[in-house]
Design a protein around this ligand. Structure first.
Ligand SMILES: [Zn+2]
Length: 178
């Protein structure tokens, strides 16, 4: 059974890049991980990030709606990524593929897959502790209404699929023999 991405230390840089948007001076700050926080040194001007002594190159792309999107470059395979992973027994951060990790949904059954999709749809709306059937979080101030509408629609669909998958599993498999 492969190791899944939620079982290891994970640094999602998207929140960091959002926070530093437009900053050009070198900055010392923290990046959130699933274990807490790591101290980072960022120089957006020179497109460099230092994460616990690991030097990581940064890139930008321009989405067609404008603005700029920041990426880290995987130190091993040079792919553009937003999330870096670290294994407890290996040093260094790298992308999911370089560490041979899979998403939990890849090893999950249909109900679990539907549940993960539903939770991801809630997280995309800024819901940090997604509660099943809970109220929608307030719209993040920097999110466009069109994005909000698209994401809430996706959440509705994911919730329906999850309920259907769950109801199907609760009925149990159809047994043909008697
Ligand atoms: Zn890689």
């Amino acid at each position: 059974m492969p190791i899944t991405t939620d079982e290891v230390e994970r640094v999602d840089l998207r929140e960091l890049f959002r926070r530093l948007r437009g900053r050009r001076a070198p900055t010392r700050t923290t990046a959130g991980t699933n274990r807490g926080y790591l101290t980072v040194r960022v120089n957006l001007q020179e497109r460099r990030l230092v994460l616990e002594e690991a030097k990581i190159r940064l890139h930008t792309t321009t989405p067609h709606l404008g603005g700029e999107r920041w990426w880290a470059q995987c130190p091993r395979c040079d792919r553009r990524i937003a999330i870096l992973y670290r294994l407890p027994w290996a040093s260094g951060f790298a992308c999911r593929t370089c560490h041979g990790l899979v998403h939990r949904s890849a090893v999950a059954g249909p109900v679990e897959r539907a549940r993960l999709r539903y939770l991801r749809a809630r997280e995309a709306l800024g819901d940090r502790q997604p509660l099943l059937g809970g109220p929608l979080p307030p719209k993040p101030p920097d999110m466009h209404w069109s994005t909000w509408d698209r994401l809430t629609q996706r959440l509705k669909e994911a919730e329906l699929q999850y309920r259907n998958a769950f109801a199907g599993a609760a009925r149990g498999p159809v047994v043909a023999d008697r």
